[in-house]
Design a protein around this ligand. Structure first.
Ligand code: TA6
Length: 286
């Protein structure tokens, strides 16, 4: 096990078999997760990696708001889509143990526009642990201030897949979801899995903690969430991929699926002198 700190990132390596994870200090974004030399995450070839905008791919962190301004949440409506966490430089707090590193974020690291838009005292501790075939990530949100604040949080994971049209996301069947493509609430997902032959953008409220991404009946990935009650499933498909300037290759939506765990359907409210922690364990079934 080795942990190497670079100017712009930290890498945890399990050594000989090329199992490693690279986390950019910018956004504390997991940029690459290799298991036995095989990349598990999708990153756009046109993604900015210079801090000029959020990474398009990997595992961006959504905080403190999910989605665009809604007009009905003044405390976060002045923030950009998906909040600021993925678009600011985090502090590398250091190595917790041989395969675990931590990043921190507080008001002092926010650009003035974000600090003004969301003027709360907060501390975020982001922990990434690399195991043989899985990645364990958690976020600890602390409120050291005197004002309660609301927040959304989402681990916006872009999984790499051979061909999304052969993929099933299982564990969400029969559940209600909000279909962002149709802007409609769907009472129950009648199919036994989410499949992909068009744009999919769904928010499942109060979803199970265990989700599987399968191909031909075999799990490619399993996702286990803790203290994250909602799941987002997204594939932009052709038109949205065309519209995103940082999406390349344009056909790349065939090689990815986003299965994202968080608290997005409603806001968490964190009282002064309290904290909240949630996280995911994603496992590559190689
Ligand atoms: O998580 C799915 C989603 O909310 C989609 O609606 C789409 O907007 C995606 O996030 C990407 O958002 P971004 O701000 O990264 O372009």
């Amino acid at each position: 096990m080795t942990v190497t700190a670079f100017d712009d990132s930290v890498e945890i390596s399990l050594g000989s078999n090329d199992t490693k994870v690279k986390i950019l200090n910018f956004g504390a974004t997991v940029l690459s997760w290799k298991v036995a030399g095989k990349e598990q995450l999708w990153v756009s070839e046109a993604s900015k990696l210079d801090g000029s905008r959020a990474v398009r791919g990997g595992i961006p962190l959504v905080f403190p708001r999910f989605g665009p301004a809604s007009g009905n949440h003044p405390a976060t409506d002045k923030l950009p889509q998906h909040g600021f966490a993925r678009s600011v430089h985090w502090e590398v707090l250091g190595q917790v143990d041989e395969n675990t590193v931590q990043f921190g974020l507080g008001p002092e690291q926010l650009p003035a526009e974000f600090a003004k838009a969301w003027p709360y005292d907060f501390t975020l501790i982001y922990t990434v642990q690399l195991l043989e075939k899985s990645l364990k990530i958690s976020l600890d949100v602390k409120n050291p201030g005197t004002q309660a604040f609301d927040f959304n949080v989402l681990f916006h994971t872009y999984f790499s897949v051979p061909e999304v049209e052969k993929i099933k996301v299982q564990g969400l069947s029969k559940l209600a979801y909000f279909d962002k493509v149709a802007s409609a609430q769907v009472a129950s997902d009648s199919s036994d899995a989410v499949t992909f032959n068009q744009e999919v953008d769904r928010v499942y409220k109060k979803s199970p903690a265990h989700i599987e991404i399968t191909q031909d009946g075999e799990p490619l990935y399993t996702v286990d969430a803790s203290n994250l009650k909602d799941t987002v499933v997204w594939n932009p498909w052709t038109q949205k991929a065309e519209e995103m300037s940082d999406w390349a290759p344009k056909s790349g939506f065939h090689q990815m699926v986003c299965v994202e765990n968080g608290v997005v359907a409603d806001f968490n409210t964190l009282q002064p002198d309290s904290s909240w922690v949630g996280g995911i364990v994603i496992k590559a079934n190689m």
